[in-house]
Design a binder for this molecule. Sequence first.
Ligand code: NIG
Ligand code: FE
Length: 415
Amino acid sequence: MNFILINIKELLQVRENQTQVVKGKELQHLPTLKNAWLKVEDGIISDYGAMDTFENHANFKIIDCTGKIVLPTWVDSHTHLVYAGNRESEFVDRIKGLTYAEIAAKGGGIINSAEKLQQTSEADLYQQSKIRLQEVIAMGTGAIEIKSGYGLTAEAEMKMLRVAKRLQKEFDLPIKTTFLGAHALPKSFNGNTSAYIDEVIDEMLPKIVEEDLADFIDIFCEKNYFEIEDTQRKIDAGKKYNLPAKVHVNQFTSFGGLQLCAENNVLSVDHLEVLTEEDIQHLKASSTLPVALPSCSFYLEIPYTPARKLIENNLPIVLASDYNPGSTPSGNMNFVVSLACIKMKMTPEEAINAATINAAFAMQVENKVGSITKGKLANLIITEPIHSYAFLPYSFGCNHIEEVYIKGQPQIHKA
Ligand code: NIG
Ligand code: FE
């Protein structure tokens, strides 16, 4: 569909040639165009400008956006969207006072999801995941990274990644896949972590590479999960196959994992709820992107990534959902942006930059999405008539999105 949006109250994140992530003080700058038009041709943003430069074009549908704000869709660079079943019973356990670690110790947690997933067929897993993807697209997500890590066997990890690849084909939005594998130690390994890492690297990874199922690799680098040396081995194995690393680190403890990741210049380090002064210095010395997951902090009631500290240190920051059945059963990026403002004291401008342009860099789709730029995909959010863009994070938990376009195709079908 070729169309032109006209009378846009404010067009957000308008950038030509943004070749670098936005960091430090620059994060406060959200480039916008007031009273604007935006032209979409063959699913691509072909032009835009201020309304006083608008000329009518034959063969283009004209869509009036009076009072409405238009922005690029959210880019969610960290999810576990493909999973089987849910973990509501653990939710109730947590309400009754058990911690995330106590639930994992009694056989819940990642191992619980892995057992469910191993028993679920690929067709069923696809159907369950498809519903979640449709749901997050309707909430404004227009590019998404999806991890494996609830399989824990070659067969089940590959099943997850094939489902993610099929979603990519059928939904036609940028999807990147990450081989996590080293997410928790299967019971059958009796505590022998390095034997499991051998299997991940020597058995699973070559098969995954052969079927071209992954763009990145990941590992849960955390006390009681995987150690520093496991992490180094996984990063090295990724390098061998040209798969950059995105690592779960510093969720509960700072024990050297972040330093290792930064020294290896991995693509991103994700979570960072616990971040020391030394960790910040290591990030400053690297090109690694820090990714905060505030919905996980909210749900698990753990600290929020210290965004202001990162920004004061002239670092970039990325926001993502972490959508998964255990620590973040929501993929709502609007809520992520609200939490970033309310709990992490990021301004709306900083949060929007972190959830669009910077997030695109964190999943290497910066040439396709993340900003209003000629030649990028017409993956767009159109709001209802609202006062200002700050109204989006301010009115937390409410949905002010009227339409979402993916490659110029409308996605929200209200009855
Ligand atoms: O990113 N922290 C590790 N992995 C997930 C949670 C996994 C689960 O509890 O199922 C996360 O929070
Ligand atoms: Fe995660």
